[in-house]
Ligand binder design. Structure first.
Ligand code: SF4
Length: 385
């Protein structure tokens, strides 16, 4: 989708390295991983942002979308509790704080959607041995029976592979059964950083990069659109980040099945890795948050949507990010548990009013979208909460 000609204000880009990359962008030449590393290395944050903003404007103009969604985390019991050292959310089955919702408890939480504006459930949780295929198919059927208008975006590639393993089924069989029960699309979590060396350090038992890509490829093959992420700001290098983005871009070239890219900032509190790195209380910098979004916009030239997750980087950084290549904000999340378990200090929900004000405050035009990024409505001056 192109809504305007690409206009790059070269004179405002100070770093010659970024200007050289701007020449490639203007010529329609794909960026290499080395270009991406140069963008990350550059001290010209403004120049990188100007370039990403120009590309974003050519695709989306001033439009910024968000979805009215509700997060549901049905279980925090996870077999990888001890080995994903960046995670503060998971518990072992008998550990204090462990929980697994019954289907009725899921429904109780979901019923909030009846009063509100929720159009999407975002459902992810731990790798729980007691939460197999029947648990999720029953959950999705119950949700669709009572709230048929709400889209189900559920289960990361890691959870799909876990269900396949405990049920002794293939990924395709699991995905087909979940789709039949009501799964509409999938989130992109669980990717972390693809580099094998990084995974060895932060999540050595987790589904590997090739299998994460394989599950998404299988989903795309069944017509299930998915999202993609990268966890940054821990032990990864700039080259690791670019290797990761290259794998996402390659799969998108092959299938076109990704809806959006969402870089996720690592939070160091209440997890083993934060202690090991001596980083507790020190989250990613605003500069790095903006760079990750801008480089995502520039390198992932086959992705329409780059989304900022305000829960992780604060609403204020997300607002500024609207001038760094971002065209979509995380929506009106209700009750977020996973990032707040590792120290996210942000509020757990934002009203429609607040989101609209945030977007307008950046000089942009807010619009509510559906889970396929189709615009549902824009807003006049007065907004109902
Ligand atoms: S990151 Fe996911 S898979 Fe790893 S321990 Fe946490 S909940 Fe489990």
């Amino acid at each position: 989708m192109t809504v305007a000609a690409l206009e790059i204000p070269f004179e405002r880009i100070a770093d010659p390295a970024v200007r050289r990359i701007a020449d490639k962008v203007a010529a329609g030449t794909r960026l290499s991983q080395a270009d991406g590393v140069a963008l990350f290395d550059s001290r010209d944050l403004t120049g990188v942002g100007i370039l990403a903003d120009a590309v974003n404007r050519s695709r989306h103009g001033d439009l910024v979308t968000f979805a009215a969604n509700q997060h549901i985390n049905p279980t925090n019991i996870c077999t990888l509790r001890k080995t994903c050292v960046f995670c503060g959310y998971a518990r072992l089955p008998k550990e204090e704080g462990a929980y697994r919702y019954t289907i009725e408890q899921v429904m109780e939480e979901a019923r909030q959607a009846k009063q509100g504006l929720t159009r999407e459930f975002h459902i992810v949780g731990g790798l729980d041995m007691q939460a197999g295929l029947a648990y999720y198919t029953e959950m999705f059927r119950a949700l669709k029976a009572e709230l048929p208008h709400v889209h189900i975006k559920a289960l990361t590639a890691v959870e799909i592979a876990h269900i396949a393993r405990i049920e002794k089924m293939s990924w395709v069989e699991v995905l087909a059964a979940l789709k039949e029960a009501g799964l509409d699309t999938m989130p992109g979590g669980g990717a972390e950083t693809f580099s094998a060396a990084v995974r060895e350090e932060i999540a050595n038992k987790k589904l590997g990069a090739a299998d994460y890509i394989g599950v998404h490829r299988a989903a795309h093959g069944l017509g299930i659109r998915t999202n993609s992420t990268m966890l940054y700001g821990h032990v990864e290098s700039h080259a690791d980040r670019m290797e990761h983005l290259q794998m996402l871009r390659d799969l998108q070239d092959e299938t076109g099945g990704f809806l959006a890219y969402i870089p996720l900032a690592y939070h160091p509190d209440d997890n083993e890795l934060g202690k090991r790195l001596g980083r507790q209380g020190i989250a990613t910098s605003g500069v790095d948050d903006l760079k990750n979004l801008a480089v995502g916009r520039l390198f992932l030239d086959n992705f329409a949507h780059i989304k900022s997750h305000w829960i992780m980087v604060t609403p204020f950084v997300s607002q500024v990010a609207l001038h760094y290549g971002v065209n979509d904000l995380e929506g009106t999340v209700v009750r977020e548990k996973i990032y707040h378990a590792v120290g996210a200090q942000t509020t757990q929900a934002m009203s429609l009013d607040e989101l609209v004000r945030l977007i307008r405050g950046a000089g942009k035009v807010p619009a509510e979208r559906d889970s396929f990024y189709r615009v549902l409505r824009t807003f006049d001056e007065a907004v109902a909460a």
